[in-house]
Design a protein around this ligand. Structure first.
Ligand SMILES: Nc1ncnc2c1ncn2[C@@H]1O[C@H](COP(=O)(O)OP(=O)(O)OP(=O)(O)O)[C@@H](O)[C@H]1O
Ligand SMILES: Cc1ncsc1CCO
Ligand SMILES: [Mg+2]
Length: 255
């Protein structure tokens, strides 16, 4: 409890104009995010990136992922439905991220459940300066590896999102419980964070901006939907409609 309170006290919240600035750069640059992601979340991830003003590319073939990643603004690796081929594609993406200095977001889906996932996570975490986005269970399962990783930015999503780098920490208290009732909403969050990392060098700021906008979109979608099915549709619409005025109005309410 004490450490949680301390963390709460030290964590910053972005100002509305800081979030708007990152979103404006995404809209202007339209970064492409090369996503090696799971088969469940591919569609929602691609649609959420488009709604956000970014460009999705969802290539998975082991012999082309490197070429696809070369010109991308950021790379996402999500191990949700890892298979024998995508396992081989991961080192190719890590090489491009390293050689070209591209931002890399890693989503360690269900890493607590299988030795293979843990092994792959260990490989990915050897690359310095990556961003890892997972839910509380996944991030807890990786706590030792994360503590040893060089320059890592840790993003733990949930009711309150916690973003931590060696230099700074942010808390984002936006969102809605319906965000846990549609599969792939967390996976898509990783892609939006990657899009922001393509235009904002400070990865913690990029993640806080993406999750603030996403959480506020979740609150708006919850007001408009009839249940989880229409929530997904409304969330995509609310992400697409997000603007500086909405951010200022919703972030000023002192939630
Ligand atoms: N109880 C909650 N209240 C408000 N927002 C939430 C809540 N739980 C999660 N969120 C939001 O939902 C989004 C997804 O986070 P979550 O931790 O549920 O991902 P996940 O478990 O990896 O999901 P998935 O694997 O199904 O894609 C984040 O933007 C987070 O802020
Ligand atoms: C349900 C599910 N199973 C593997 S990946 C995935 C999507 C949420 O992470
Ligand atoms: Mg997940």
């Amino acid at each position: 409890m004490t450490s949680d309170t301390t963390e709460m006290t030290l964590a910053r919240t972005l100002q509305p104009q800081e979030v708007a600035s990152v979103l404006a750069r995404v809209a202007e640059v339209r970064p492409r995010v090369q996503c090696l992601t799971n088969t469940v979340a591919q569609n929602i991830t691609a649609n959420m990136l488009l709604a956000f003003g970014a460009i999705p590319s969802m290539a998975i073939h082991v012999d082309e992922v490197a070429a696809m990643a070369e010109g991308a603004g950021a790379i996402l690796i999500n191990i949700g439905t890892i298979n024998a081929e995508s396992e081989l594609a991961i080192p190719k993406l890590l090489e491009v991220a390293r050689d070209r200095g591209k931002p890399l977001v890693f989503d360690p889906v269900f890493v607590e459940l299988s030795p293979l996932r843990r092994h792959i996570a260990g490989q990915v975490l050897r690359l310095p300066d990556i961003l890892v986005r997972g839910n509380a269970t996944e991030m807890a399962a990786l706590s030792f590896d994360l503590a040893a990783a060089k320059g890592v930015t840790r993003v733990t999503t949930g009711k309150v999102d916690r973003i931590e780098s060696s230099a700074v920490s942010f808390a984002v208290a936006h969102g809605h419980p319906l965000m846990t009732r549609v599969t792939g909403i967390g996976c898509a969050a990783g892609a939006l964070i990657a899009a922001c990392c393509a235009v904002e060098a400070n990865k913690a700021v990029a993640a806080a901006a993406a999750l603030t906008a996403y959480g506020i979109a979740g609150e708006i979608a919850a007001e408009r939907c009839r249940g989880p099915g229409s929530f997904e549709v409304e969330l995509i619409d609310a992400v697409a409609a997000m603007d500086a005025a909405t951010l200022a109005a919703r972030m000023g309410t002192g939630r």
